[in-house]
Write a protein that binds this ligand. Sequence first.
Ligand SMILES: *[C@@H]1O[C@H](CO)[C@@H](O)[C@H](O)[C@H]1NC(C)=O
Ligand SMILES: *[C@@H]1O[C@H](CO)[C@@H](O)[C@H](O)[C@H]1NC(C)=O
Ligand SMILES: *[C@@H]1O[C@H](CO)[C@@H](O)[C@H](O)[C@H]1NC(C)=O
Length: 364
Amino acid sequence: MFSKVFLSLVVLASSVAAAVPTVGRRATCANGKTTANDACCVWFDVLDDIQENLFHGGQCGEDAHESLRLTFHDAIAFSPALTAAGQFGGGGADGSIIAHSDVELTYPVNDGLDEIVEASRPFAIKHNVSFGDFIQFAGAVGVANCNGGPQLSFFAGRSNDSQPSPPNLVPLPSDTADTILSRFSDAGFDAVEVVWLLVSHTVGSQNTVDSSIPGAPFDSTPSDFDAQFFVETMLNGTLVPGNGLQDGEVLSPYPGEFRLQSDFALSRDSRTTCEWQKMIADRANMLEKFEITMLKMSLLGFDQSALTDCSDVIPTATGTVQDPFIPAGLTVDDLQPACSSSAFPTVTTVAGAVTSIPAVPLNS
Ligand SMILES: *[C@@H]1O[C@H](CO)[C@@H](O)[C@H](O)[C@H]1NC(C)=O
Ligand SMILES: *[C@@H]1O[C@H](CO)[C@@H](O)[C@H](O)[C@H]1NC(C)=O
Ligand SMILES: *[C@@H]1O[C@H](CO)[C@@H](O)[C@H](O)[C@H]1NC(C)=O
């Protein structure tokens, strides 16, 4: 019986293989690299170019961080509620933040993205790929440069045509948890999916909320794709890292580290705090949830079946990260757990005195 099942699977597999059209077949590209689809070959050229000339030799630096941020600021501008009200609801991951930067970069929430937008534009034009595709590709490559980074999917084929997104669709750091969760809900994400997208803040930093401390990271390990963001946001806020508390900023737990008000609110909100803890407890799960939700976000405004899966062009991240820890000088007593249904995960405590976390260097 088992052999019969096996045989029919083999027959099925070979008939599927026979049905694959000549366009879209497994391809060896001009540079000798192979991909599941010949339409993906151009992305190897983009990859080599941006690793060298945008990410400074494949680094997880400022440009990688900003490229990841750009994936979100482009895509989340997608509102079925506006569309239902008879207005233009935004085109999602359509590259409008580059095509219509004259409009979208005037929105305060997009402060600080001008550099990565202008740095990205010529690469997309040179390789004749759409702005929407380029943004999602560069974000996936940039985050794969981080230690222990995720393996994001990349689908190509978004139209290059777009309109400027309406204002007020990208959540602000000063927004309440209610406002943020309802904006995401409009875009199709429930509360736990908001937590999964915020995994990105493990390699996050700020430049413009407090411009006196550009590059101030959201956790102590901004080059590592670890769970430290979720640990450190649960620590008691005790200090102001820069030039006074700014709009969208709350007290930080550690010198040099920056805490966004929105992260603080969601870390302690009953709708999100238990999922926040789960990210600490299981890194493999954290990566998987991030990968799934980033794919969903990257497809906002598009039909996945009309795009081509070029995920095999995205490099595999290397490096290892530490298990979750409390930074030196603090203890588990500094944690402020807020989940009533499960205990805070076990974390180790690093010995030594409090130090200051260096800013992410601005290398562009
Ligand atoms: C996308 O549109 C821009 C203008 O906004 C243009 O410069 C660029 O060449 C277009 N790219 C493609 C692939 O059509
Ligand atoms: C650029 O891409 C567009 C559509 O994506 C295509 O029509 C055009 O021929 C391409 N241009 C070049 C120079 O390859
Ligand atoms: C949090 O830090 C403040 C000092 O900013 C301190 O007064 C308070 O006791 C701390 N709370 C906890 C739970 O450690």
